[in-house]
Write a protein that binds this ligand. Structure first.
Ligand code: 5GP
Length: 198
């Protein structure tokens, strides 16, 4: 059986990657979305095993030292990491896996797991990105401007990714992501076992 494909999905805040992942999971059931581990406190409305796996610092560091994360990072005094076991189990069962992580994390995954496919999502234009962030109405203009600056920095790394999805309509973005998974399945390097056995 062919192994699943590991897709790392990044993109600036406001690029719609969360919506894309949700829609994709609703449309296809041969996919596993990785849930990160964190040492930060659970926020109201969050649930263990749904939003994150909440761990103590000791538990996190133990797992890290046992090579239990595909990548990990410290952010605002808390640890975050992508558990290796669930993702590898799903891949070995032939399921595709999506990791929704930032640019830095994406390159760390690629170092640890070179078969990973890096997919970047962008809105159709910078003006639309700005409109989306302002339209959310959840952040002050100052925070919006900060996110836009951060978006520019992230987009500078986009040329190092394997694929780009321009997130114009959600239907098109889901189709594009499916096409990426499908094309990976046809890559010669992912079919060498089949060829040899044949
Ligand atoms: P929050 O605490 O707001 O949920 O997340 C804080 C930051 O941690 C966000 O930028 C989020 O993308 C990042 N983050 C969440 N999970 C992971 C992970 O597994 N690995 C890395 N490197 N960053 C993560």
């Amino acid at each position: 059986m062919q192994k699943g494909t590991l897709v790392v999905l990044s993109g600036p805040s406001g690029s719609g990657k969360g919506t894309l992942v949700n829609e994709y999971v609703h449309s296809f059931d041969d996919v596993f979305v990785s849930i990160s581990a964190t040492t930060r406190d659970m926020r109201e409305g969050e649930r263990h095993g749904i939003n994150y796996y909440y761990m103590t610092v000791e538990e996190f560091l133990k797992k890290r030292d046992e090579n239990g994360f595909l990548e990990h990072a410290e952010f605002c005094g808390n640890y975050y990491g992508t558990p290796r076991d669930n993702a590898e189990k799903a891949l070995n069962e032939g399921k595709d896996v999506i990791l929704e992580i930032d640019v830095q994390g994406a390159f760390l995954v690629k170092e640890n797991y070179p078969e990973a496919v890096l997919v970047f999502t962008m809105p159709p234009s910078f003006d639309i990105l700005r409109e989306r962030l302002v339209g959310r109405g959840t952040e002050s203009m100052e925070v919006v401007e900060k996110r836009l600056e951060r978006a520019k920095d992230e987009i500078k790394r986009a040329p190092e990714y394997d694929y780009l999805i321009i997130n114009d309509t959600i239907e098109k973005a889901v189709k594009d992501l499916r096409a990426i998974f499908d094309s990976e399945k046809c890559e010669i390097k992912n079919n060498l076992d089949f060829i040899k056995e044949f």
